[in-house]
Design a protein around this ligand. Structure first.
Ligand code: ATP
Length: 148
């Protein structure tokens, strides 16, 4: 890891701008802060955001929301979509390597099932946590918390 000071606000804005251009979809970055500074590996953080935004865009059609902030001892960001959601029985497995929910529902949104296992690995290597709240037919919200 190459740990340096990272501004999560500018990182979020830059990454979502790139993805907006590539996907032609709307991502709104929401934060009350001008900057949110944490210690992290910038490349890994880009990869982490990319994985979560890519999924949110893949499994929804409405705009995606990226929230960024900090509290006393941690920075956090959440990626929220209003898409197909994840069935309750699958939630426990989505961070496993190669796990994909019911292949039938994917069609052209094909993936390898590796994205979230890599996301988890990145978060673990920063001693943070990643969690998910999801409801089928309503949407999904991933939250990443990283210690400052
Ligand atoms: P890739 O490796 O290309 O990201 P993937 O999306 O299949 O492929 P993961 O990112 O590991 O793999 O996600 C695992 C599974 O979790 C997905 O197959 C999908 O079914 C489900 N999933 C992940 N994110 C979302 C989301 N935002 N909404 C609905 N389902 C999701």
């Amino acid at each position: 890891l190459d740990i340096k000071k990272v501004d999560f606000v500018s990182l979020s804005k830059e990454t979502s701008k790139l993805m907006k251009n590539a996907y032609g979809r709307h991502i709104s970055v929401c934060t009350p802060f001008d900057r949110v500074i944490g210690n992290a590996d910038m490349q890994k953080m880009k990869q982490l955001l990319f994985i979560m935004l890519d999924n949110a865009l893949k499994y929804s059609t409405l705009p995606v929301e990226l929230n960024v902030g900090y509290e006393k001892d941690h920075v956090f960001f959440t990626v929220k979509d209003y898409g197909i959601g994840i069935p309750k029985e699958d939630i426990a497995h989505i961070f496993d390597r190669f796990y994909r929910v019911d292949k039938a529902r994917h069609r052209e949104t094909g993936g390898t099932g590796l994205g979230l296992s890599i996301a988890k690995q990145i978060v673990d290597s920063h001693e943070g946590s990643i969690s998910v709240v999801s409801k089928e037919g309503e949407g999904t919200r991933f939250t990443v918390i990283l210690p400052i």
